[in-house]
Ligand binder design. Structure first.
Ligand code: MRU
Length: 362
């Protein structure tokens, strides 16, 4: 993805592989800044504080976090402690556990002296795989948008998305936004309704920003507006990301996704989740019962960050002082509300059979 004409990935090695840099997503859209991660602590903090976020990017950061930990101490005890701390940083996106375990199994059989270099190599490969997978999701999803464009000639296809499942949530391209970028680049006219995504506003701050960087027409909407737009025929398709998808096709994603799926179901609007293979948790079937939903701090609901007319970036308190706030960060959309899953291996129904057809080795 290009930022002001320069190509970036969201995470990349620096200092001859001694450290990695990431984009500080807490400062967008008002400031584009990168942060250097040199130690395990830095990686844990970047994930927990959402300097990086989005399931695939959390996974990539976890993988590099293992490598950074091993550079300081490559003993088996240190390896296990790094795994424990990274996996605990955010509980819902399964990519984190998957990526950390990939590094663990790659380096555990090696002599201690070889582990750190092997971990960096493994993390780099996982990042390259994520880029290739997201590009492939883009191609499959572009076909869906192309079919819709044929059904509605002479006007843009209106896509509604929730949270940020774009380039910033992955290493490059994105999941839900990859089809939009590929369609836009292929000359298919697309317009995106961007849910603001309270409380952290990943839609308003991140999705709107990256769509703007790429020149994709979009309109930010309050989270509550999507149902109304769908009732009035102003949404052709919803495409969202996923933080964990069960083996039966339930989709856990940013809180509020379920309400969009209900509205889409009621209005006959197709509802797709786009995800890479590592987002599928093959060990579980029932998303509602089995996926741990992260509860984040109440301050994220109370305090809203933005820029004043004078240009200062400030946080303001929007609640009565005596009010409590609760902050469940994800919800589960049952598979029956999902039209299809767009993966790097193709599009399948959100069913056990559909997923197994694409991933027979599982
Ligand atoms: O809390 P976040 O910002 O990490 O949540 C991200 C989402 O819910 C995304 O929609 C999801 O990770 C898909 S990312 C490709």
């Amino acid at each position: 993805m290009k930022v002001a004409g320069q190509h970036y990935r969201t995470i990349y090695p620096v200092q001859d592989g001694a450290a990695v840099e990431v984009i500080d997503q807490t400062r967008l859209p008002h400031e584009f800044a990168t942060v250097r991660l040199s130690r395990l602590d830095d990686a844990v903090r970047a994930i927990a504080d959402m300097i990086v976020r989005g399931a695939p990017l959390i996974g990539a950061t976890g993988a590099y976090g293992m490598a950074l930990a091993l550079r300081a101490d490559a003993t088996t005890a240190a390896l296990e402690e790094a795994r424990r701390r990274l996996v605990a940083a955010r509980p819902t996106a399964v990519n984190l556990r998957w990526a950390v375990d990939e590094v663990l199994s790659a380096v555990a059989p090696l002599p201690v002296a070889e582990r750190a270099a092997a971990a960096f190599q493994c993390a780099a490969e996982l990042c390259d795989e994520d880029v290739a997978s997201c590009a492939s999701i883009g191609e499959y999803g572009k076909q869906i948008l192309g079919e819709l464009a044929k059904q509605h000639p002479g006007r843009p296809i209106n896509v509604l998305t929730h949270c940020n499942a774009g380039w910033l949530a992955t290493v490059d391209y994105g999941t839900a936004l990859a089809p939009i970028y590929k369609a836009h680049d292929a000359g298919i006219a697309v317009h995106v309704w961007v849910d603001e995504t309270r409380p952290r506003n990943q839609g308003a701050s991140l999705t709107a920003w990256e769509l703007g960087q790429h020149g994709v027409p979009h309109t930010a909407i309050a989270d509550n507006a999507g149902g109304h737009l769908m009732q009035h025929g102003r949404v052709d398709v919803c495409i969202v990301g996923s933080d964990r998808t069960t083996a039966r096709g339930d989709v856990c994603n940013k809180v509020g996704t379920y309400l969009k799926a209900l509205a889409a179901h009621d209005c006959g609007v197709p509802f797709y989740a786009a995800l890479t293979g590592p987002t599928i948790d093959w060990e579980i079937d029932d998303g509602l019962a089995q996926i741990p939903i992260e509860e984040r701090g109440a301050d994220e609901v109370r305090w809203v960050r933005g820029r004043t007319a004078q240009g200062a970036v400030v946080s303001v308190d929007i609640l009565p002082a005596s009010s409590q706030a609760a902050n469940p960060a994800f919800d589960v959309t049952p598979a029956r509300l999902v039209t299809g899953l767009i993966t790097e291996r193709g599009v399948c129904p959100a069913t056990a059979e559909g997923l197994r057809r694409l991933y027979p080795e599982k």
